[in-house]
Design a protein around this ligand. Sequence first.
Ligand code: PLP
Length: 280
Amino acid sequence: NNILYNDEIMVRDNVVEIEDRGYQFGDGVYEVIGVYDGEPLLMDEHMKRLERSAREIRLTLPTEVGQLKEKLQQLVQANGLEEGIIYLQVSRGVSPRWHEFPSKSTKAVTVAYTREEERETALEDNGGTAILAEDIRWLRCDIKTLNLLPNVLAKQNAVENNAIEAILHRGDTVTEASASNVFIVKDGELYTHPADNYILNGITRQKILQLCDELGLKVHEETYTVDDLLNADEVFISATKTDIAPILKVDDKTIGKGTPGNITQQLVKAFRTLYEKKKA
Ligand code: PLP
């Protein structure tokens, strides 16, 4: 199994330096890119978000994204990856541990690897349950940084309660979930939290907005409450590789009829055409 380490595709080895700032401070940014039938999906969108995340934390990407994209394609080929994900992270580099940025000569460290993952078609078709959790994260959730401890704790809580996700709320307002965005449907129209500093603007979320537009579905990028969520006709989450997963129950409250809703199913189908079309 190969990895990308800075500019080089090499055999996976122990490359973690104990004073890598990603390791010690979570000082870096990352992306997870879905691979379907050997083809990365929405790669340009992921690269654009990576550039933005890096800029927001004042990290200079050591590789131009066009070149990085090519390296990632090579990595997928080298590993013969058909179904799965590319994990890519860029940390602020290796330097003696002081909180402030290291000297200008310290270069950011890029690492990427691939992981085989089966398609989650059963989850898309059958859905799952979620729990509610207070959103205790910082106020720059729009940046895809390595700091994920609140997300980790929320997800663990979900798993211990046999749920697939923890839906987060700040007070009354639903923001997103521990590793996905959240949409609700009420009276045939969709609602999702606006792409501001309280959520990560998911690549899947952005694609769904586009698909809704094409399908003539009305979407409100507006905040909504926990009460709106619990009384919605349909709820679904979106994230890379999971794509779209219907949520049938939140805590003890059944959503709608307790089965995947029409609009959710319509979007699942539309999303599948994105990579099935590519294959054809
Ligand atoms: N929100 C959070 C907190 C996430 O960690 C993720 C992805 O893992 C998402 C949303 C969904 O983003 P994307 O669709 O780009 O995978």
